[in-house]
Design a protein around this ligand. Structure first.
Ligand SMILES: Cc1cc2nc3c(=O)[nH]c(=O)nc-3n(C[C@H](O)[C@H](O)[C@H](O)COP(=O)(O)OP(=O)(O)OC[C@H]3O[C@@H](n4cnc5c(N)ncnc54)[C@H](O)[C@@H]3O)c2cc1C
Length: 414
């Protein structure tokens, strides 16, 4: 059985006090910046040195981009590098850094970790997520893409959908069915798919904003080396859970900036301040939203500080749910404030995008009103987050699941 991130080797015994860990991280940062000055080092090269120094994901094991220390110390690294002039990761690195990295380090062999993690962190390999299918979104375990073993390879056929960044990706986190004769959760296997392999076809899907952030991906007789399998055969559900828990926590936590009054609520305030007349009803609404945004920010900061090690648990759904609902309400309020101006000035021309626009820059409220409709769907719908919180956090009785014990091949589907 694969190790979990929580059981991987951590800091040396006896040297694990909060102070010692922090000093270790600061010393590694001093050395990194002294040996590779930001002004004279090409960004990809600098990210590579950051990985080698164990400052990519500080809670990962040594030798694999980390130092085995508490994850909250990543903020020390990010703040210090930002002050030194390093630009934050662009959106194309999102899936690698936040989803694929934790999955590979938790379930991948050392050979896979060595091969995949460094180029993922530097951005030389862009990653996407190939989970959802036309009839398997919330019910991910029902997916139908097949992988059939052929010697040292697997032959994959099927269709994935809503795959953000797939048009730019070099690798895809692919979950496929390797055994249709066992219950749905047990017959899945997880692969690191080479997106440039023969038989991978990526087609754009245009969103309500006009942009095509995401795609449908057709897989026809794609040959995947067994060496690119992450986790054991039939363990794909467990591996996917690591990806999904990190996704929820990232959307919920990462999209909320640590500075008070920043992000979407800053846009609402900016528009409010530009209005000529301030009516008291709208003022009340703004204050309500401000309080919700502030509660969300503080909850995320507290959750980040309490996370000691390893992958996030089902509690990550709290941040995801609250972020989605709050963000949508703030942008609705912005468009209400703009009145007739909220309806104009935005075109719907088809554009390819290299952005994942969870929170927009100043002046983007019209577009963000449309884009934020996706917040309660992407990364798992709000209904599913409520189910997770009810069943796995509060311990309430589960929904009836009539197909849980049936072999997947016997489950009726459209
Ligand atoms: C902007 C965006 C980006 C995305 N990016 C990716 C990506 O990169 N990779 C990827 O694999 N997927 C991606 N997705 C897909 C996303 O994960 C799915 O859309 C989502 O999981 C919902 O699945 P579905 O669309 O099939 O809806 P369905 O599962 O068909 O749900 C339809 C409705 O039924 C409700 N519902 C379903 N089951 C239950 C239940 N048990 N209890 C209560 N209500 C239920 C849902 O909440 C929803 O309202 C993205 C989606 C969006 C919008």
């Amino acid at each position: 059985m694969s190790e979990t991130l929580a059981t991987l080797p951590g800091p040396a015994p006896g040297g694990s006090s909060a102070d010692t860990e922090r000093k270790g991280v600061e010393a590694a940062l001093d050395l990194l910046l002294a040996e590779h000055p930001v002004d004279s080092t090409e960004p990809t090269e600098l990210f590579g040195h950051q990985y080698d120094a164990g400052l990519a994901w500080v809670h990962f094991p040594e030798g694999f981009g980390g130092l085995g220390v508490r994850p909250e110390l990543q903020r020390v690294v990010d703040d210090r590098l930002r002050e030194a002039g390093v630009k934050p990761a662009d959106h194309t690195r999102f899936f690698g850094m936040t989803l694929a990295g934790p999955t590979v380090v938790t379930h991948g062999s050392d050979e896979l970790r060595r091969r995949l993690l460094r180029p993922m962190f530097t951005g030389e390999d862009i990653w996407c997520q190939l989970f959802s299918e036309p009839v398997a979104g919330s019910d991910l375990a029902g997916l139908a893409t097949r992988a059939v073993r052929d010697g040292d390879e697997w032959v994959v056929n099927g269709q994935k959908v809503w795959n953000t960044m797939a048009h730019l990706a070099d690798r895809g986190m692919l979950v496929a069915r390797t055994d249709p004769e066992v219950p749905k959760h047990k017959g899945l296997t997880y692969f690191a798919l080479d997106m440039h392999a023969q038989g991978v076809e990526v087609r754009p899907l245009r969103q309500i904003t006009g942009e095509a952030e995401f795609n449908e991906v057709y897989l026809t007789d794609v040959r995947v080396p067994d060496a690119d399998r992450i986790g054991d055969v039939g363990e794909g559900w467990r591996v996917s859970m690591t990806t999904l828990m990190n996704e929820r926590t990232t959307i919920g936590g990462g999209a909320v900036r640590p500075e008070r009054g920043s992000g979407a609520i800053a846009e609402a305030l900016r528009i409010w301040n530009e209005l000529e007349r301030h009516d008291p009803v709208r003022r009340d609404q703004l204050i309500d939203l401000w309080i919700d945004a502030e509660v969300l920010r503080l909850t995320n900061l507290r959750a980040g500080a309490r996370r000691k090690a390893g992958n996030p648990g089902p509690e990550g759904s709290i941040g995801k749910l609250c972020f989605a609902e709050t963000n949508m309400r703030i942008y609705e309020f912005c468009v209400d404030l703009l009145g007739a101006h909220g309806l104009i000035d935005y075109d719907y021309d088809m554009r390819r995008s290299d952005m994942i626009g969870l929170v927009g820059p100043p002046g983007s409220a019209r577009k963000m009103f449309l884009r934020s409709r996706a917040n309660s769907i992407e990364g798992g719908t709000s209904e599913i987050q409520r189910n997770i919180l009810g069943e796995r956090v509060l311990g309430l009785p589960g929904e009836p699941r009539v197909d849980k014990e049936l072999p997947w091949s016997e489950v009726p589907r459209s």
